[in-house]
Design a protein around this ligand. Structure first.
Ligand code: ITT
Length: 202
């Protein structure tokens, strides 16, 4: 089966397809990048929700209008406990016009006088079928610590400052095989597929 992913972020498409490689739900399943098929240069979704799940539903609903087919969506972010969960659902919008290097440097400087470096990545995954009106969402997290410096260049976004529990390296150093075994996105996609399979939706 092929399902469109309601996102403007190609990294998510790549990563979810890597995760789906080992999964069999009545055959193989892959996600497709909507903007490879539909050219909508000015398409933007306002993510006005207050939770990851709400924002993933908002994206699934908005993108399904573009293609009128079932979609998956992903809303995710990094929450740092001693910063009150910041940047959280604002992980993409925080310092929006700066590079991820600048964004990570800023977070490291905000942690300079904090003892607790606990953080988690969260991912809400949604499936929405606009014709049958089926909506299924779930959320998963991976806990860890914020590193003392930017380390590694694998992955994307905040991966080079996140050290998952049980490891001494950042997601930026660990690479896709380990990341895709334990990440928030991998757990959320697997939970979503389990829900869809047990409800006989997929
Ligand atoms: P769409 O909304 O179009 O899907 P986006 O990149 O804006 O794309 P989000 O609103 O979900 O996506 O924001 C997620 C942010 O959290 C984004 O800045 C990512 O860099 C960061 N993030 C999410 N998952 C991550 C991961 O696995 N590794 C590193 N950073 C991640």
């Amino acid at each position: 089966i092929e399902v469109y992913l309601a996102t403007s972020n190609r990294n998510k498409v790549r990563e979810i397809n890597e995760i789906l490689e080992d999964i069999d739900i009545n055959g193989s399943i892959t996600v497709k990048y909507i903007f490879d098929e539909i050219k909508e240069d000015n398409f933007e979704v306002e993510e006005y929700g207050e939770t990851y799940v709400e924002n993933s539903v908002i994206k699934a609903w908005a993108y399904s209008k573009l293609i009128r087919k079932p979609v998956f969506s992903d809303d995710s972010g990094l929450s740092i406990i001693s910063l009150g969960g910041f940047p959280g659902i604002n992980s993409a919008r925080f310092m929006e016009n700066e590079s991820y290097e600048q964004k990570m440097k800023k977070l490291l400087s905000m942690l300079e006088n904090k003892k607790d470096r606990t953080a988690y990545f969260a991912c809400a995954a949604t499936y929405f079928d606009p014709e049958k009106n089926i909506l299924v969402s779930c959320q998963e997290e991976v806990y860890g610590k914020i590193a003392f410096e930017i380390r590694g260049n694998k992955g994307f976004g905040y991966d080079p400052i996140f050290i998952p529990d049980g490891y001494d390296y950042t997601f930026g150093e660990l690479g896709k095989d380990i990341k895709n075994k334990i990440s928030h996105r991998s757990k959320a996609i697997k939970s979503l597929l389990l829900l869809l399979k047990s409800a006989k939706i997929l």
